[in-house]
Write a protein that binds this ligand. Structure first.
Ligand code: PRP
Ligand code: ZN
Length: 285
Protein backbone atom coordinates (compact mmCIF):
# COMPACT_ATOMS: atom_id res chain seq x y z
CA UNK A 1 0.00 0.00 0.00
CA UNK A 2 1.18 3.50 -0.86
CA UNK A 3 2.28 5.88 1.87
CA UNK A 4 2.42 9.64 1.48
CA UNK A 5 5.61 11.07 2.95
CA UNK A 6 5.14 14.52 4.51
CA UNK A 7 8.12 16.71 5.40
CA UNK A 8 7.61 19.18 8.22
CA UNK A 9 9.97 21.49 10.10
CA UNK A 10 11.83 19.77 12.92
CA UNK A 11 12.01 22.83 15.15
CA UNK A 12 11.23 26.45 14.50
CA UNK A 13 8.42 28.86 13.74
CA UNK A 14 6.35 26.34 11.75
CA UNK A 15 6.93 23.06 13.52
CA UNK A 16 4.32 23.10 16.25
CA UNK A 17 1.49 24.42 14.06
CA UNK A 18 2.34 22.00 11.24
CA UNK A 19 2.08 19.03 13.56
CA UNK A 20 -1.10 20.40 15.12
CA UNK A 21 -2.71 20.75 11.69
CA UNK A 22 -2.00 17.11 10.90
CA UNK A 23 -3.22 15.90 14.29
CA UNK A 24 -6.41 17.96 14.01
CA UNK A 25 -7.04 16.15 10.73
CA UNK A 26 -7.49 13.04 12.89
CA UNK A 27 -4.10 11.52 12.15
CA UNK A 28 -2.36 9.94 15.14
CA UNK A 29 1.16 8.79 15.83
CA UNK A 30 2.15 6.20 18.40
CA UNK A 31 5.85 6.76 18.71
CA UNK A 32 5.86 10.42 19.75
CA UNK A 33 7.07 13.00 17.29
CA UNK A 34 10.72 13.44 18.14
CA UNK A 35 12.01 10.73 15.85
CA UNK A 36 13.24 11.67 12.42
CA UNK A 37 10.51 9.56 10.84
CA UNK A 38 7.10 8.83 12.29
CA UNK A 39 4.47 6.55 10.76
CA UNK A 40 0.78 7.34 11.39
CA UNK A 41 -1.26 4.58 12.99
CA UNK A 42 -4.59 5.36 11.30
CA UNK A 43 -3.80 7.03 7.95
CA UNK A 44 -1.32 6.15 5.18
CA UNK A 45 1.16 8.92 5.88
CA UNK A 46 4.65 9.18 7.29
CA UNK A 47 6.14 12.35 8.78
CA UNK A 48 9.73 13.36 8.19
CA UNK A 49 11.11 16.01 10.55
CA UNK A 50 13.63 18.14 8.65
CA UNK A 51 15.24 21.58 8.55
CA UNK A 52 12.77 23.89 6.82
CA UNK A 53 15.37 25.18 4.35
CA UNK A 54 15.91 21.62 3.06
CA UNK A 55 12.24 20.76 2.58
CA UNK A 56 11.75 22.09 -1.01
CA UNK A 57 14.82 20.15 -2.17
CA UNK A 58 13.69 16.91 -0.47
CA UNK A 59 10.27 17.24 -2.08
CA UNK A 60 11.90 17.86 -5.46
CA UNK A 61 14.08 14.76 -5.00
CA UNK A 62 11.15 12.52 -3.92
CA UNK A 63 12.60 11.96 -0.45
CA UNK A 64 9.26 13.40 0.66
CA UNK A 65 6.11 13.64 -1.49
CA UNK A 66 4.74 16.79 0.10
CA UNK A 67 5.92 19.30 2.67
CA UNK A 68 4.80 22.12 4.91
CA UNK A 69 7.13 25.09 4.70
CA UNK A 70 7.18 28.90 4.58
CA UNK A 71 6.44 30.38 1.19
CA UNK A 72 9.63 32.44 1.68
CA UNK A 73 11.72 29.26 1.63
CA UNK A 74 9.96 27.95 -1.49
CA UNK A 75 10.60 31.23 -3.32
CA UNK A 76 14.24 31.30 -2.30
CA UNK A 77 14.98 27.71 -3.29
CA UNK A 78 13.39 27.87 -6.77
CA UNK A 79 12.79 24.10 -6.77
CA UNK A 80 10.36 22.19 -8.96
CA UNK A 81 7.56 21.95 -6.41
CA UNK A 82 3.95 22.98 -6.64
CA UNK A 83 2.21 25.05 -3.94
CA UNK A 84 -1.03 23.11 -3.41
CA UNK A 85 -2.49 25.08 -0.52
CA UNK A 86 -1.79 28.21 1.48
CA UNK A 87 -2.23 27.25 5.12
CA UNK A 88 -2.91 30.59 6.79
CA UNK A 89 -0.50 30.26 9.71
CA UNK A 90 3.08 31.44 10.37
CA UNK A 91 2.32 34.65 8.55
CA UNK A 92 5.26 37.02 8.26
CA UNK A 93 6.75 39.75 6.13
CA UNK A 94 10.09 39.75 4.34
CA UNK A 95 11.49 43.19 4.86
CA UNK A 96 14.48 45.45 4.53
CA UNK A 97 15.64 46.98 7.79
CA UNK A 98 18.33 49.45 8.80
CA UNK A 99 19.68 50.78 12.12
CA UNK A 100 17.08 52.82 13.97
CA UNK A 101 19.41 55.79 14.29
CA UNK A 102 19.91 56.19 10.55
CA UNK A 103 17.55 58.27 8.45
CA UNK A 104 15.83 56.44 5.63
CA UNK A 105 15.53 58.43 2.45
CA UNK A 106 13.60 55.97 0.26
CA UNK A 107 14.65 52.81 -1.55
CA UNK A 108 17.56 54.60 -3.26
CA UNK A 109 19.09 54.63 0.22
CA UNK A 110 20.37 51.14 -0.55
CA UNK A 111 22.29 52.22 -3.66
CA UNK A 112 25.94 51.34 -3.09
CA UNK A 113 25.13 49.81 0.32
CA UNK A 114 25.72 46.33 1.69
CA UNK A 115 22.70 44.20 2.71
CA UNK A 116 23.03 41.02 4.78
CA UNK A 117 20.49 38.24 4.19
CA UNK A 118 19.83 34.49 4.07
CA UNK A 119 17.54 35.12 1.11
CA UNK A 120 19.87 36.34 -1.68
CA UNK A 121 17.65 35.22 -4.57
CA UNK A 122 14.49 36.98 -3.39
CA UNK A 123 16.50 40.06 -2.52
CA UNK A 124 18.39 40.28 -5.79
CA UNK A 125 15.15 39.94 -7.74
CA UNK A 126 13.68 42.83 -5.74
CA UNK A 127 16.77 44.99 -6.19
CA UNK A 128 16.86 44.35 -9.92
CA UNK A 129 13.17 45.14 -10.31
CA UNK A 130 13.60 48.43 -8.48
CA UNK A 131 16.89 49.25 -10.15
CA UNK A 132 18.81 49.43 -6.87
CA UNK A 133 22.51 48.65 -7.03
CA UNK A 134 23.33 47.19 -3.63
CA UNK A 135 25.78 44.52 -2.61
CA UNK A 136 24.27 41.34 -1.16
CA UNK A 137 26.14 39.71 1.68
CA UNK A 138 24.82 36.18 2.16
CA UNK A 139 24.92 34.73 5.67
CA UNK A 140 23.07 31.69 6.92
CA UNK A 141 21.87 32.91 10.32
CA UNK A 142 21.80 35.73 12.88
CA UNK A 143 21.37 38.22 10.06
CA UNK A 144 20.03 40.82 12.49
CA UNK A 145 23.40 41.36 14.14
CA UNK A 146 25.19 42.22 10.87
CA UNK A 147 24.70 46.03 10.96
CA UNK A 148 25.71 46.23 14.62
CA UNK A 149 29.07 44.55 13.98
CA UNK A 150 29.75 46.58 10.85
CA UNK A 151 29.19 43.72 8.41
CA UNK A 152 26.40 45.46 6.48
CA UNK A 153 24.39 48.68 6.27
CA UNK A 154 21.05 46.92 6.38
CA UNK A 155 19.41 43.51 6.41
CA UNK A 156 16.75 41.66 4.48
CA UNK A 157 14.97 39.10 6.66
CA UNK A 158 11.74 37.71 8.00
CA UNK A 159 9.74 39.97 10.32
CA UNK A 160 7.06 38.29 12.34
CA UNK A 161 6.38 39.94 15.71
CA UNK A 162 9.10 42.50 15.03
CA UNK A 163 10.86 41.82 18.31
CA UNK A 164 14.10 40.66 16.69
CA UNK A 165 14.36 44.03 14.96
CA UNK A 166 13.61 45.96 18.14
CA UNK A 167 16.12 44.11 20.26
CA UNK A 168 18.79 44.75 17.65
CA UNK A 169 17.96 48.47 17.30
CA UNK A 170 16.78 48.08 13.72
CA UNK A 171 13.74 49.50 11.94
CA UNK A 172 11.75 48.03 9.07
CA UNK A 173 11.91 50.34 6.06
CA UNK A 174 10.48 48.35 3.12
CA UNK A 175 8.20 45.31 3.02
CA UNK A 176 9.26 43.23 0.02
CA UNK A 177 6.69 40.45 0.29
CA UNK A 178 4.32 38.61 2.61
CA UNK A 179 4.71 34.95 3.40
CA UNK A 180 2.84 32.20 5.25
CA UNK A 181 3.03 28.43 5.64
CA UNK A 182 2.16 26.56 2.45
CA UNK A 183 1.79 22.94 1.48
CA UNK A 184 4.05 21.98 -1.40
CA UNK A 185 4.00 18.80 -3.46
CA UNK A 186 6.16 17.06 -5.98
CA UNK A 187 4.24 17.56 -9.23
CA UNK A 188 4.99 13.96 -10.28
CA UNK A 189 3.48 11.98 -7.39
CA UNK A 190 1.54 8.93 -8.56
CA UNK A 191 -2.23 8.57 -8.59
CA UNK A 192 -2.41 6.57 -5.34
CA UNK A 193 -0.42 9.22 -3.47
CA UNK A 194 -2.47 11.96 -5.05
CA UNK A 195 -5.60 10.35 -3.65
CA UNK A 196 -4.12 10.31 -0.14
CA UNK A 197 -3.15 13.97 -0.58
CA UNK A 198 -6.69 14.87 -1.65
CA UNK A 199 -8.10 13.14 1.43
CA UNK A 200 -5.64 14.95 3.64
CA UNK A 201 -6.47 18.32 2.06
CA UNK A 202 -10.17 17.67 2.51
CA UNK A 203 -9.63 17.00 6.22
CA UNK A 204 -7.33 19.99 6.68
CA UNK A 205 -9.82 22.28 5.01
CA UNK A 206 -12.66 20.97 7.18
CA UNK A 207 -10.65 21.82 10.26
CA UNK A 208 -9.67 25.24 8.95
CA UNK A 209 -13.27 26.12 7.99
CA UNK A 210 -14.41 24.96 11.41
CA UNK A 211 -11.82 27.11 13.16
CA UNK A 212 -13.04 30.16 11.30
CA UNK A 213 -16.68 29.52 12.28
CA UNK A 214 -18.68 29.44 15.48
CA UNK A 215 -21.88 27.74 16.45
CA UNK A 216 -24.30 30.30 17.88
CA UNK A 217 -27.36 29.67 20.06
CA UNK A 218 -29.70 32.32 21.30
CA UNK A 219 -33.20 32.90 22.62
CA UNK A 220 -35.33 35.14 20.43
CA UNK A 221 -38.69 36.78 21.02
CA UNK A 222 -41.03 35.38 18.32
CA UNK A 223 -42.07 38.84 17.19
CA UNK A 224 -38.50 39.53 16.00
CA UNK A 225 -37.71 36.01 14.82
CA UNK A 226 -37.74 36.88 11.14
CA UNK A 227 -35.41 39.87 11.60
CA UNK A 228 -33.02 37.79 13.71
CA UNK A 229 -32.93 35.01 11.10
CA UNK A 230 -32.00 37.61 8.50
CA UNK A 231 -29.06 38.69 10.61
CA UNK A 232 -27.69 35.14 11.12
CA UNK A 233 -28.54 33.16 7.99
CA UNK A 234 -26.34 30.13 8.82
CA UNK A 235 -25.05 27.43 6.47
CA UNK A 236 -28.41 26.68 4.91
CA UNK A 237 -30.88 28.28 7.26
CA UNK A 238 -31.02 28.41 11.06
CA UNK A 239 -32.68 25.80 13.26
CA UNK A 240 -35.65 27.21 15.19
CA UNK A 241 -37.11 25.44 18.23
CA UNK A 242 -39.88 26.69 20.50
CA UNK A 243 -38.95 27.42 24.10
CA UNK A 244 -41.15 26.19 26.93
CA UNK A 245 -41.91 29.83 27.62
CA UNK A 246 -44.66 31.10 25.33
CA UNK A 247 -43.59 33.64 22.65
CA UNK A 248 -39.90 32.66 22.62
CA UNK A 249 -37.78 30.46 20.36
CA UNK A 250 -34.29 29.05 20.45
CA UNK A 251 -32.26 29.84 17.30
CA UNK A 252 -29.18 27.80 16.31
CA UNK A 253 -26.89 28.87 13.51
CA UNK A 254 -23.30 29.03 12.24
CA UNK A 255 -21.38 32.27 11.88
CA UNK A 256 -17.86 33.25 10.99
CA UNK A 257 -15.95 34.76 13.88
CA UNK A 258 -15.68 38.02 11.96
CA UNK A 259 -19.44 38.19 11.24
CA UNK A 260 -20.17 37.53 14.88
CA UNK A 261 -18.63 40.80 16.05
CA UNK A 262 -20.46 42.63 13.28
CA UNK A 263 -23.93 41.32 14.17
CA UNK A 264 -23.82 41.08 17.95
CA UNK A 265 -25.20 44.60 18.54
CA UNK A 266 -28.00 44.05 16.04
CA UNK A 267 -28.98 40.83 17.79
CA UNK A 268 -29.14 42.53 21.15
CA UNK A 269 -31.25 45.35 19.72
CA UNK A 270 -33.66 42.77 18.34
CA UNK A 271 -34.12 41.40 21.84
CA UNK A 272 -31.96 38.26 21.57
CA UNK A 273 -31.01 36.85 24.97
CA UNK A 274 -28.78 34.13 26.34
CA UNK A 275 -26.42 34.25 23.38
CA UNK A 276 -23.94 31.34 23.41
CA UNK A 277 -21.02 31.03 21.01
CA UNK A 278 -19.42 27.59 20.77
CA UNK A 279 -16.33 26.42 18.85
CA UNK A 280 -16.81 23.94 16.00
CA UNK A 281 -14.36 21.07 15.66
CA UNK A 282 -14.89 19.98 12.05
CA UNK A 283 -17.05 21.49 9.36
CA UNK A 284 -17.96 19.97 5.97
CA UNK A 285 -19.57 22.52 3.70
C1 PRP B 1 13.13 34.56 11.51
C2 PRP B 1 14.15 35.67 11.31
C3 PRP B 1 14.22 36.39 12.62
C4 PRP B 1 12.91 36.08 13.28
C5 PRP B 1 11.96 37.25 13.21
O1 PRP B 1 13.72 33.32 11.70
O2 PRP B 1 15.38 35.18 10.89
O3 PRP B 1 15.27 35.89 13.40
O4 PRP B 1 12.33 34.96 12.60
O5 PRP B 1 10.84 37.05 14.02
P1 PRP B 1 10.25 38.20 14.96
O6 PRP B 1 9.92 39.39 14.08
O7 PRP B 1 9.01 37.60 15.56
O8 PRP B 1 11.28 38.52 15.99
P2 PRP B 1 12.96 31.91 11.43
O9 PRP B 1 11.98 31.63 12.51
O10 PRP B 1 12.41 31.86 10.05
O11 PRP B 1 14.12 30.85 11.61
P3 PRP B 1 15.09 30.17 10.53
O12 PRP B 1 15.52 31.28 9.61
O13 PRP B 1 16.16 29.60 11.38
O14 PRP B 1 14.28 29.12 9.82
ZN1 ZN C 1 15.25 27.90 8.51
Amino acid sequence: MEILKIAIQKSGRLSEKSLELIKEAGISFNNGSRNLVSRASNFPVELLFLRDDDIPQYVTDNVADIGIVGENVVLEKTCKVKIVEKLGFAKCKMSLAIPKSIEFTGSEFFDGKKIATSYPKILSKYLKKNNIKAEIHEISGSVEIAPGIGLADGIFDIVSSGSTLISNRLKEVEVVLNSEAVMIANPQINEAKKQILDKLLFRINSVRTANKNKYILLNAPNKNLEAIINVIPGMKSPTIMPLAEEGWSSVHSVLSEKEFWEVIDQLKELGAQGILVIPIEKMIV
